[in-house]
Design a protein around this ligand. Structure first.
Ligand SMILES: *[C@@H]1O[C@H](CO)[C@@H](O)[C@H](O)[C@H]1NC(C)=O
Ligand SMILES: *[C@@H]1O[C@H](CO)[C@@H](O)[C@H](O)[C@H]1NC(C)=O
Length: 194
């Protein structure tokens, strides 16, 4: 949850925000310039998700979880990222939710220069909700990174400015993990925001 980072930041004020030693905590790193905590895109070496938006923040102590106290802080700090208004897991993914599916169930994830940020979510709808909070976000790619992300079973949620088709779903994994396993991509879906 990174509450300690958060409290330290709050207590020490803006000078400490600028000097925060935490690579992934709230602070200067959770802004557009730093891809909201995920400066390396999912296809790059050592990529790490910038945030988690889902129902089980307690299970993800190493990530900035967009819930509870952190949502209150984000409202006060002009970082450009906000928690979605509705709690995770409450909104279904429907044909009338403002997104049109451009591809489904591919074994490649979107790789493109208009990458904005990526994090982890429980559901496709929660990823769309994240895109709705990030200024300029126009496209969502959700997928399972099998063997990647420390073996997390969660959906990877990557956000882009412009819409993409299956033609850009070129990240098929192939990244060697610390234990020697190699990741691959499954269930990759693309959603274009109207
Ligand atoms: C997605 O693709 C996998 C692998 O090809 C397949 O086993 C699975 O049934 C597909 N799922 C859906 C919902 O089509
Ligand atoms: C290696 O680690 C990944 C998580 O990064 C995990 O999914 C995979 O099962 C592990 N492989 C072995 C052989 O332990």
């Amino acid at each position: 949850m990174r509450v300690t980072t958060l409290l330290a930041t709050l207590l020490a004020g803006s000078a400490a925000i600028a000097a925060s030693p935490s690579p992934r905590g709230l602070g200067p790193n959770l802004n557009a310039g730093n891809h909201y905590g995920a400066p390396t895109p999912p296809w790059g070496p050592g990529a790490h998700p910038g945030w988690y938006f889902g129902k089980h923040p307690e299970a993800h102590p190493g990530l900035t979880c967009l819930s509870g106290l952190i949502c209150g802080i984000l409202k006060l700090l002009p970082l450009g990222l906000q928690c979605p208004k509705t709690p995770p897991g409450t909104t279904p993914s429907t044909p009338s939710d403002g997104y049109t599916q451009t591809f489904s169930n591919l074994s490649g994830a979107t790789q493109a220069g208009d990458y904005m940020t990526f994090g982890l979510v429980d559901t496709v709808a929660d990823c769309k909700a994240m895109c709705n909070t990030v200024p300029g976000c126009g496209f969502v790619n959700t997928y399972h990174d099998v063997n990647g992300k420390n073996g997390s079973p969660l959906l990877t949620c990557s956000l882009f400015r412009n819409c993409h088709t299956a033609a850009d779903a070129t990240n098929t994994g192939g990244q060697t993990q610390p234990n020697g396993s190699v990741n691959h991509i499954a269930n990759s879906d693309g959603w274009c925001k109207a």
